[in-house]
Ligand binder design. Sequence first.
Ligand code: UDP
Ligand code: MG
Length: 316
Amino acid sequence: MPKQLISVIVPLYNEEEVIGESYRRLSAVLASLEEDYELLFVNDGSRDRTFELARAIVEKDPRVALIDFSRNFGHQMAVSAGLMQARGDAVVIIDADLQDPPELIPKMVEMWHGGAEVVYGKRVSRKGESAFKKLTAFCYYRVLDALSGWKIPKDTGDFRLMDRKVADALRAMPEHNRFLRGMVSWVGFRQVPLEFERQERFAGETKYPLKKMLKLAADGIFSFSGKPFGVMRVLGGLLLLAGLLLVLTLLIAQAMWGGVEGWAYVLGTLLALGGLNLLALGVCGVYFERMYDELKGRPLYVVRQVLRAPADGERP
Ligand code: UDP
Ligand code: MG
């Protein structure tokens, strides 16, 4: 039987300080596997010497390939490009900065052989990251969990191993606003966590400034949830009800005792109208959601396998 192939995708944006060490540690770990491997560097429009350094590695090592972007398209696009090129029976996504320890890959491969179709790294702790980042990440994953229609695992980045079937499913998802960790959870399959301690960045600083973080956070919420519209519908409905009840009560009070002042009716009507507006927007949201679903062009479903008795002619 030919050896299996593991593809490892490493997105790079201004990583001249880490690429050498990253390559050394990854190659050492991957060489210890029984499987063959390919290393896919994706240079996401770096403005430093990342490209030159990566090219020098590719020239020396036939197991390394380099995809070079024309400009910075962002981490999720870099990983997606790697996915499109990956030929492996399993695909690993790992950051270049060694915050995700490459030494965990053999364990992931072992779990894959044990039947896991996705092994995702789950951070039990984060070293060397600011209190702000830890706090925002903590809150964000909880909000995302509350909003999204299905479980996106908490405290999980893109560090993971996926079976080829999962990679194929992702390759069939052409959406533009890509939140890969959500997409991986959407496709299903047997997904197993592997807990690890997130390390400090080996060198350099984060390539995820607040603006990029916010865009990623928004993609996570808006690509995976219509719940904001649901909140509008519920709130709108409640307001409408409250307004109507108020007006009704006022009318009764006026009929029985009189003396209800005009502004009270105005308040009730305002409440009811505001509620009606919000409700109507929420209902429009249903159509938006459906259009958005169609636009994303995701596959209708993802098949793991089809089992069928062989046709008569094929029976032994
Ligand atoms: N990255 C990228 N394009 C970007 C930003 C980041 O390819 O626009 C890469 C970066 O080189 C690294 C990975 O994505 O390999 C994660 O980025 P970083 O470590 O800066 O994010 P953090 O760990 O701080 O969230
Ligand atoms: Mg990092």
